[in-house]
Design a protein around this ligand. Structure first.
Ligand SMILES: Cc1cc2nc3c(=O)[nH]c(=O)nc-3n(C[C@H](O)[C@H](O)[C@H](O)COP(=O)(O)OP(=O)(O)OC[C@H]3O[C@@H](n4cnc5c(N)ncnc54)[C@H](O)[C@@H]3O)c2cc1C
Length: 455
């Protein structure tokens, strides 16, 4: 058994030129607890950047023989502490970033998963295609991290979440076996359960995803943007829900409450932004005429340029967060997914519970991802950087989600932050049985292991 510094030397011999002892950038991710509590950070012996799948298999075998845990890391953009190591080695996947096959005729791409969503999208766009998955963290999130956290992009109302983009995955299991979740490439198969789903949202604890075959489509030829203003948030939500019954769904539909509309656009009303994608002008003309006729009876037609304001600013999050921090406050976001029958009530309850709450200066909200059966309500809290205020926000939001039969994590995953709520939403005993079967020695770190300050 090798330990401590001996481990690092051993790793350096096994992976020459691929090991770093400077682990500081791996010890935090985008979980706001790291801004609030300067003492909070992970621990790691070393970081390893594999050059190929053989390196990963070798690392898994090393880990199995030494008991040194592996924390898989993509872009480190997790907002729940999922990518922070708790003592072992960090497997940095960003070197595995090649497109392995672009099958234009089949509308699919096979990629190594260390590629960022932005890099992949740019390469696809250059060929006239798109993955259609655009999270706000597009510039840093990798395909592997996005799959592992069950992510969803801003155009999911039409294209769905990451689960709708994955055809199959290549994984290295803790045993060292390398396998595809389906060995053949058909668009659908009823040969057994859908094993990719184990790794979608698996947060690196069942296997290391090394490659993914993903659906792509042609870039939309026509984009229609429109903005509507409402005096009532409830009406705005209901009218946008009704739009889903038209023959074509919006690619993006964002329904802002008064606070967030004022903050984002300087408008004193509730606002619905719509973006539609079309391949044909004729279809666009028919659908948009129908949408415009319907909406203009219910709402004030506003300048479509507000959509461009959103599109132009949506990736400026670094600057916006830094500016906010200078005011003595910081943002935290909570994305709750709920049925239509509960969504507005849930929203009202959040507003009521946080009215005059100490340490919370304001709450913005927008409906961000819409489905036939419900939507995601995305809350942004402007809060004092204080652990008690922070914990209080999360425990209250978890209680509201519980009361309204909603999920506390629509697309940010579980990580260390939300692990305590996992049992309420899924049978953890099944997850634990799968973990025992696939990773009996527990060489792959589970995100829940990071302990954070309790008040
Ligand atoms: C400003 C901001 C905006 C965001 N907006 C969105 C958004 O719009 N939509 C959205 O869904 N998310 C969003 N997120 C959350 C975050 O970007 C996603 O969770 C992201 O997809 C994580 O990808 P990553 O490569 O950074 O993964 P990391 O943070 O590095 O890792 C996340 C988890 O995935 C595991 N993992 C990473 N790679 C692999 C692999 N190859 N195999 C197995 N496990 C792996 C890690 O172990 C960890 O548990 C946002 C984050 C920020 C900071």
């Amino acid at each position: 058994m090798v330990e401590g510094a001996g481990v690092v030397e051993e790793l350096e011999k096994l992976f020459p030129g691929k090991v770093t002892r400077n682990v500081s950038s791996y010890l935090v991710d985008w979980w706001p607890i790291f801004w609030i509590d300067p003492g909070a950070k992970g621990e790691a012996l070393a970081g390893i950047k594999p050059a190929n799948i053989e390196d990963i298999v070798k690392l898994v075998r090393f880990s199995s023989s030494t008991g040194i845990q592996i924390c898989v890391r993509g872009g480190g953009s997790s907002v729940t502490g999922a990518s922070v190591p708790t003592g072992g080695v960090v497997l940095d996947m960003r070197g595995l970033n090649q497109i392995l096959d672009l099958d234009e005729g089949n509308r699919s791409v096979t990629v190594q998963v260390g590629i960022t969503l932005e890099e992949l999208e740019n390469k696809l766009n250059a060929k006239g295609f798109t993955l259609s998955q655009v999270p706000q963290s597009f510039d840093q999130a990798t395909i592997g991290g996005f799959i592992s956290t069950f992510g969803s992009g801003q155009f999911s109302t039409l294209y769905g979440g990451v689960e709708d983009s994955v055809l199959r995955l290549e994984v290295v299991l803790p045993s060292g076996e390398v396998t595809w979740t389906r060995r053949r490439g058909s668009p659908r198969s009823s040969m057994g359960p859908e094993l990719s789903r184990l790794f979608i949202g698996g947060e690196g604890s069942f296997g290391i995803i090394t490659a993914a075959e993903l659906k792509i489509r042609r870039l939309p030829r026509y984009v229609w943007k429109m903005v509507y203003g409402f005096s009532s948030y409830e009406n705005a939500i209901n009218e946008c829900r009704n739009l889903l019954e038209f023959d074509v769904k919006p690619a993006a539909c964002r329904v802002y409450n008064e606070t967030e509309a004022l903050f984002q656009f300087g408008e004193q009303k509730c606002i619905a932004l719509l973006v539609y994608h079309f391949g044909s002008k004729e279809v666009m003309d028919v659908i948009t005429a129908q949408v415009a006729a319907e909406m203009s009876q219910k709402a004030e037609t506003m300048e479509p340029r507000l959509v461009d304001v959103w599109l132009g600013r949506r990736f400026n999050y670094r600057e916006e967060i830094e500016n906010l921090k200078k005011t003595g406050y910081m943002p935290e976001t909570v994305e709750i997914g709920a049925k239509w029958s509960r969504l507005y009530e849930l929203y009202l309850e959040v507003m009521r519970r946080f009215k005059d709450r100490e340490g919370v200066a304001g709450i913005g909200a927008h409906v961000s991802h819409l489905y036939d059966q419900g939507a995601c309500m995305y809350f942004t809290f402007l809060m004092k950087p204080d652990v008690n205020v922070y914990r209080n926000i999360w425990s209250t939001m978890a209680e509201v989600a519980r009361l309204h039969d909603a999920t506390i994590s629509h697309h940010h995953g579980v990580g260390a932050l939300k692990y305590e709520y996992l049992q309420e939403e899924v049978p953890v005993s099944i997850i634990e049985s799968l973990k025992r079967a696939l990773d009996p020695e527990r060489i792959l770190q589970q995100p829940r292991s990071f302990r954070w300050a309790k008040s």
